[in-house]
Design a protein around this ligand. Structure first.
Ligand code: HEC
Ligand code: HEC
Length: 339
């Protein structure tokens, strides 16, 4: 009798353990208190070799028509994979794009991609810049043939995927393993939330945090600092770019001016700000929110009741936002140009 109880317990534990380990390997631990990521790595489990292949591809101009532009031309590690030199992204032949290159942070938690929410899958997302006329202006089959002719990549694909077959899918999935592993969770804010010793908010940061929770967190929700919903924060239209956000995709008027809420992690380094990079400094952003007219057409409801922010309030919020800087992320050699 006793032994059958033991046997039962043993089986029970074995089932539990196997259930737990049936979760695909993602390459990172889910930070404490965070939700599960949305990119589940099913069918594309993390391996170190895939990560290194994705990293190599990310930094290699081989994926652009004239081998001049790589993903990293626009997504620079020191600025949390945004681009700080110009408002609108610059691609092949000096062509200027229509939008600001967004930071790539915690991509595995994003339900969709691009400022207008037009792409639903991180694997498919990488097709976009490779084919985009203003970015890399190439096509996927030619990119694959170029990789096939390259001995170095033959070896890397074989290591990562078990044989030397190079396909569009494998190329995109390797890139996705790299970009989805760009996880930032070690800012001062995170350390305070984890109650680590010797780290505390200053009074100004504390006040900024209170104001932030009142006025900003409904869209820039902790711990990812975004709900990733499509919202309008009331920016006036740029008459030259005429970017109507999600409307461009759906063609419903009600979707006018809706843009994906960006994360605010590492915001100190991801300037210029907004979909068109119109603001150079955080103080310009705060001024926009402080002077926002609650009757702005299409403005999302969360901002219609925003209380006036004094100039001290604005400074305090900025002080809080600077606690979201994660130097371990920004200067992580693992994310940088492979040597
Ligand atoms: C010429 C500049 C440029 C190049 C090159 C480029 N990107 Fe981007 N990237 C952008 C811009 C601009 C956006 C925003 C596009 C939009 O919203 O319409 C973007 C968006 C993204 C996003 C979505 C981010 C989000 O929060 O929704 C990912 C992921 C991404 N790029 C990865 C890559 C990868 C991988 C490559 C290389 C295969 C690459 N990019 C090459 C400029 C570039
Ligand atoms: C209604 C939801 C909403 C609220 C509330 C909100 N924002 Fe935003 N925020 C957005 C959206 C949407 C964008 C992107 C808009 C665009 O580019 O067109 C944005 C962009 C930003 C950016 C630029 C980020 C980048 O990477 O370019 C900063 C900084 C920012 N918000 C800070 C704040 C602060 C501070 C508050 C509170 C005072 C706040 N937001 C309140 C929706 C919101």
């Amino acid at each position: 009798m006793k032994s059958s109880i033991f046997l039962f317990l043993f089986l029970f534990i074995a089932v539990l353990v196997s259930f737990k380990s049936s979760k695909p390997n993602m390459g990172f631990e889910i930070p404490k208190g965070w939700p599960d990521p949305l990119y589940y790595f099913k069918g594309n489990e993390f391996t170190e070799d895939k990560f290194q292949l994705g990293r190599k591809l990310f930094y290699d101009p081989i994926l652009s028509r004239d081998s001049s532009i790589s993903c990293s031309s626009c997504h620079v590690s020191f600025s949390a994979f945004a681009h700080t030199d110009h408002a609108l992204s610059h691609g092949i032949d000096g062509r200027v794009g229509r939008r600001n290159a967004p930071a790539l942070i915690n991509m595995a938690w994003n339900p969709y991609f691009h400022w207008d929410g037009s792409l639903g899958n991180i694997e498919r997302q990488s097709m976009e810049p490779i084919r985009n006329h203003n970015e890399m202006d190439f096509n996927l089959d030619s990119a694959v043939s170029r990789l096939l002719r390259n001995k170095f990549y033959n070896g890397l694909f074989e290591k990562a995927w078990g044989d030397s077959e190079i396909t569009v899918r494998r190329m995109l999935q390797s890139l996705a393993i790299f970009t989805s592993n760009l996880v930032s969770s070690n800012s001062k804010y995170d350390k305070i939330m984890r109650k680590e010793r010797g780290v505390a908010f200053t009074n100004q940061e504390k006040n900024g945090y209170i104001l932030f929770k009142k006025n900003c967190a409904s869209c820039h929700k902790e711990p990812l600092f975004s709900t990733y919903k499509l919202k309008s924060n009331g920016l006036p239209i740029d008459l030259e770019l005429k970017d109507y956000g999600h409307y461009t995709i759906s063609e419903y008027y009600k979707d006018s001016f809706l843009f994906k809420v960006p994360t605010l992690r590492n915001i100190e380094f991801t300037f210029p700000y907004m979909h068109d990079g119109r603001f150079k400094k955080l103080k310009d952003v705060l001024k926009h929110y402080a002077e926002l007219n609650p009757k702005t057409p299409y403005l999302s409801k969360e901002l219609r009741k925003i209380k006036p922010l004094s100039s001290n309030d604005q400074k305090d919020i900025i002080a809080f936002l600077l606690t979201l800087t994660d130097k371990e992320f920004l200067y992580n050699p693992r994310y940088q140009f492979p040597r």
